[in-house]
Design a protein. Structure first.
Length: 277
């Protein structure tokens, strides 16, 4: 089926080429019950500033793709109702198309193994502002802590794949976040940003001093690390799992550092950090 009937949607979500054809085929047949159920789940929490991805609830990966496509206009309309520019909304929802393209690199076919990540975008509280994405969520409460404190909200920071991460781009993105959130979410004051990423693993910072990645990581105060053996391989090589590592390229310094640590018996970590906005 032709993609022109869905051109506006595919532009909004930055869905291109073969992915557009596959998505058009999904949209050109009536939605199944699992698709409708997934859409209801997204509708129920639109605007709730939810921090969790939705569970599969019996819908397959392909059914989730269809549900995301069918629901995205509602998330866009919600953004626009808040007064957020259509361009910022589109930049935020364009992660759908990016993740479809990444899936092709990872699995060599149409699909979206990161569909649950995209259910966060559909709750209406995850925005791409310049280079970075910011997720407005409730701060995790410590046991026994009062429920309403000035520190109740935080921005979870995410780094979409999209070229280099120069300090100037990161500065600009944080500067935009500092004005965007008070303007559109005045009842949810944020003073802290958090980041949970393989890029904050102190081993990486020590092995790639002076890199954009190290400069990004050093903005955050590291709170703790947890084992994440496959993340560095996934984000560097777009390979799920640690099989056949000897076939992967060692062309860049990052590729070499990631593989050499595993060669030496080390385990990659997820660094959990925070910074004051
Ligand atoms: C984060 C990211 C934008 C950093 O890119 P960058 O600004 O080019 O990074 P740096 O300048 O610090 O790179 C240092 C070195 O690593 C290399 N490098 C960086 N990212 C790379 C990648 N994804 N694959 C291979 N090599 C990479 C650079 O080419 C450079 O190599 P060199 O020293 O041989 O010239 C990039 O790694 C990326 O897109 N990653 C995927 C998204 C991601 O990981 N998000 C976080 C999820 S928790």
């Amino acid at each position: 089926m032709a993609t022109h009937a869905h051109r506006a949607l595919f532009e909004l979500l930055d869905i291109t080429d073969e992915d557009a054809l596959e998505c058009a085929a999904l949209l050109d047949t009536p939605p199944s019950e699992p698709v409708l159920r997934a859409m209801r789940a997204m509708r129920e929490r639109l605007g709730s500033c939810s921090s969790e991805s939705l569970p599969a609830d019996g819908a397959s990966e392909t059914e989730w793709i269809e549900a995301l496509l069918r629901f995205a206009p509602s998330a866009h309309a919600y953004h626009v109702e808040l007064g957020i520019s259509p361009a910022v909304s589109a930049a935020s929802l364009a992660d759908v198309g990016l993740q479809l393209r990444i899936n092709r690199r990872v699995h060599g076919r149409f699909g979206l193994d990161t569909w649950s990540w995209l259910t966060l975008h559909m709750a209406g509280n995850l925005f791409r502002l310049g280079r970075l994405q910011f997720h407005l969520v409730r701060a995790p409460q410590e046991a026994g802590q009062a429920t309403h404190t000035a520190e109740e909200w935080v921005l979870g920071v995410h780094i979409p794949e999209d070229g280099g991460l120069s300090p100037a781009l990161v500065d600009a993105s944080f500067a935009e976040a500092r004005t965007f959130f008070p303007r559109y979410f005045p009842d949810k004051p944020v003073a802290v940003a958090t980041c949970d990423s393989w890029m904050l693993d102190p081993y990486l910072v020590s092995r790639l001093p002076g890199s954009n990645i190290a400069s990004f990581a050093k903005r955050f105060t590291l709170d703790r690390c947890t084992d994440a053996p496959t993340d560095a391989v996934y984000f560097t090589f777009r390979q799920r799992g640690l099989q056949d590592l000897n076939k992967l390229p060692r062309d860049t310094s990052l590729q070499r550092v990631v593989l050499e640590r595993i060669d030496d018996g080390g385990t990659w970590q997820l660094g959990h950090g925070h910074l004051a906005l």
